[in-house]
Design a protein around this ligand. Structure first.
Ligand code: 8DG
Length: 160
């Protein structure tokens, strides 16, 4: 990692490849970190047919044209989980350079929502704490586990 940018899948080879290419545009993504009072957080698995299918992540998705992060988060969590969220607390942002896209992840903590969780995209879900037991975790999700570790003074591996 350098300058707050996480490069997934082979930094040096990709820098060589990109030397004479135009900079890629950034894709903004709204991500919800659903929290329970006891500190557990919700992870979901990426559905079949998407890049990194089967990897564990926080629920969310790309902003549509004209949407704010909060609007996108509200829409995505309704679409994916069938819940209506209350206030979302902007937490941290993280850029990740994947082979498929350069993404800017806007992580928001969500403490309050209405409705029962429904896995509307046939994804799996798991309430987790540190260390995270489900595997594999999406590269762009791992920094969040480090932020939790810092907040909680947790030492040791954050995930399997
Ligand atoms: N939702 C989510 N996406 C993440 C996380 N970490 C991470 O690197 N990403 C990346 C993976 C993808 O490149 C991008 C999210 O795009 P997506 O394809 O899941 O979004 P979407 O639901 O709008 O997708 P689609 O409708 O276009 O299929 O952000 C995370 O914790 N949660």
């Amino acid at each position: 990692m350098s300058n707050g940018l996480l490069v997934a899948d082979g930094e040096r080879a990709r820098e060589d490849l990109r030397a004479d290419q135009a900079p890629r545009s950034v894709v903004d993504v709204a991500v919800g970190v659903l929290m329970q009072a006891d500190g557990q957080f919700l992870l979901t698995s990426r559905p079949e047919g998407k890049v990194y299918a089967g990897y564990w992540e926080f629920p969310g998705g790309k902003l549509e044209a004209g949407e704010s992060v909060e609007q996108a988060l509200r829409r995505e969590l309704q679409e994916e989980l069938g819940i209506t969220i209350g206030e979302a607390q902007a937490w941290k942002t993280q850029m990740v350079d994947y082979p498929h896209a350069l993404v800017r992840l806007h992580f928001c903590k969500v403490w309050d929502w209405q409705g029962e969780l429904q896995m509307r995209e046939a994804q799996s879900h798991a309430w987790q704490t540190l260390p995270v037991a489900v595997t594999p975790v999406l590269p762009g999700t791992i920094p969040v586990l480090a932020w939790f570790a810092e907040e909680r003074q947790f030492t040791g591996a954050t995930h399997a």
